[in-house]
Design a protein around this ligand. Structure first.
Ligand code: LER
Ligand code: MN
Length: 269
């Protein structure tokens, strides 16, 4: 397995859920702490320049594990369920540029909160908007050789696709080959009553992991049984990225250091 950490621009709001901020400084810290890669949390693809980010990472021997897109929801208020066709097409345009960047960097793109909310009343039209929009994004991504990763997110943040079974059902409805699952241990600790059996049920659909403890702090600071979780990951043949997405407490560098120290031990256990 490989370790990665979420990084965002120095202007990113707390809702970006990035541990480190400022792409170049963050890459230097990730490298010094011994991470294998960074996840770029972006509001739009233009936040980074392909040339300079590639140089900055290559110099340090780091990979980009994924592009994540939560700020498109939390800062730009765009979402696939939106009832407004113009806003949906603005989102698709923005997503296409993430896919172009991901094709260059050789990484997947996440769909977290950006799938959107359903709200009250009849939700079938909003759900269908999400199916249609995400299928269009998947078709474009397939042309570019990119995989999209659907992340279940707990009900306090979004009212649509909260648990592993919700995400598996939605992935089946999408009926496309280039979509897989990005479980987040923090969200699972809220929504999936038994983390081990949910991961076992998902099996080969699991292609990426977000790691934070039950209080969204570094692994080991809450009450998730991470040894059990990693045993389960190995039992389903998972050998991919484990990306730290914890709160930057007591400060970003301490959180990043404690997390990678835990991951190193968990990779061995
Ligand atoms: C949000 O809680 C989260 O976990 C992100 O990775 C998805 O937007
Ligand atoms: Mn996450």
């Amino acid at each position: 397995m490989k370790s990665s950490i979420v990084v965002a621009s120095s202007h990113a709001a707390p809702e970006a859920f990035a541990v480190l901020r400022g792409f170049d400084e963050a890459s230097a810290i990730a490298h010094d702490l011994g991470y294998d890669g960074v996840e770029l949390a972006l509001k739009c693809a233009e936040e980074v320049s392909l040339g300079s980010i590639s140089r900055s990472l290559q110099q340090r021997g780091l990979e980009v594990s994924a592009i994540s897109t939560g700020q498109v929801f939390s800062s730009c208020n765009l979402m696939f369920t939106d009832g407004d066709a113009e806003r949906r097409s603005a989102l698709l345009k923005l997503f296409s540029s993430f896919i172009d960047l991901a094709a260059e960097l050789g990484c997947p793109v996440n769909i977290g909160r950006v799938r959107g909310c359903l709200g009250d009343g009849d939700s079938s039209a909003r759900r269908m908007n999400a199916v249609d929009g995400i299928r269009k994004a998947l078709d474009y991504a397939e042309l570019k050789g990119v995989t999209l990763l659907l992340e279940p997110v707990n009900r306090a943040e979004i009212d649509f696709i909260n648990s592993i079974p919700d995400a598996m059902e939605f992935i089946a409805a999408l009926d496309r080959p280039n979509i897989a699952l990005m479980p987040d241990s923090y969200h699972m600790s809220i929504e999936d009553p038994d983390i081990a059996s949910a991961l076992t049920m998902a099996g080969g659909l699991v292609r990426y992991m977000h790691i934070a403890d039950s209080n969204r702090q570094a692994p080991g600071k809450g009450n998730i049984d991470f040894r059990g979780l990693f045993r389960t990951l190995r039992s389903i043949g998972y050998d991919g990225w484990c990306t730290v997405e914890c709160l930057p407490v007591p400060d970003p560098i301490t959180a990043a250091r404690e997390s990678v120290d835990s991951l190193r031990e968990l990779f061995r256990c």
